[in-house]
Design a protein around this ligand. Structure first.
Ligand SMILES: Cc1cc2nc3c(=O)[nH]c(=O)nc-3n(C[C@H](O)[C@H](O)[C@H](O)COP(=O)(O)O)c2cc1C
Length: 187
């Protein structure tokens, strides 16, 4: 079955917003991608799922590199601009600079990186996988910057801030759990 955009049940997912930066036939560009995930420790891999008609898609296919900047909780407007216009029509980086947002040049790849993000990683394309109506670009991290601000949360098509921390089981509960688990251990 299909899971179309806006399908009520898929709104239960909680994601982040990756601000994906690239360069190529469409020039320096930035887009928002909630489908941005860390998928391997060794080597460090990050996957981003991008619509085939996006300028970012064409850029990454050509240059085989991209920046992953995790959107901070105070960058909601930036996310809406990056996700609201196409890099084939608009120089979003120039527009964002005029609106006061700051960028810096990546060290190991030729893209712009977002200042004040929650996380900045430079990636070289590791694998390109065609899955359904999006392409999954898997990037190997070649440069990682120090931890930034708190990440924004994306849920039900809206932006949120991280809420209260929920505790892990206390020692007493852990002991009880262990007792029960021991009983059901497979021989
Ligand atoms: C919060 C948010 C999350 C988004 N997530 C994705 C995503 O995961 N994948 C995708 O292909 N498009 C996503 N989009 C839409 C793209 O950001 C949008 O199509 C953008 O204009 C593409 O820019 P480009 O043509 O310059 O590459 C998202 C938009 C917003 C606002």
């Amino acid at each position: 079955m299909d899971l179309p955009w806006g399908e009520e049940r898929t709104k239960q997912f909680v994601t982040n917003v990756g601000l994906i930066t690239s360069n190529g036939p469409n020039g320096y560009d930035i887009m928002s991608a909630e489908w941005t995930h860390h998928i391997s420790y060794n080597p460090g891999l990050i996957a981003v799922c991008i619509n085939r008609t996006d300028a970012t898609h064409e850029n990454i296919e050509k240059t085989k590199e991209f920046g992953v900047n995790l959107c901070a909780s105070d960058q909601n407007v930036l996310s809406s601009i990056a996700g609201g216009y196409h890099g084939k029509d608009v120089d979003k980086i120039a527009a964002l600079k005029e609106l006061g947002y700051k960028f810096f040049k990546a060290k190991k790849i030729d893209v712009m990186m977002v200042e004040g993000a929650a996380m900045n990683a430079e990636c070289k394309l590791f694998k390109q996988i065609e899955l359904g109506d999006h392409t999954t670009f898997v990037g190997e991290v070649v440069e990682l910057y120090p931890v930034g601000k708190e990440p924004i949360v994306y849920h039900a098509g809206k932006y949120w801030k991280l809420g209260d921390k929920i505790s892990k089981p206390l020692q007493e509960e852990l002991d009880k759990i262990k007792e029960v688990v021991e009983k059901y251990k497979k021989k």
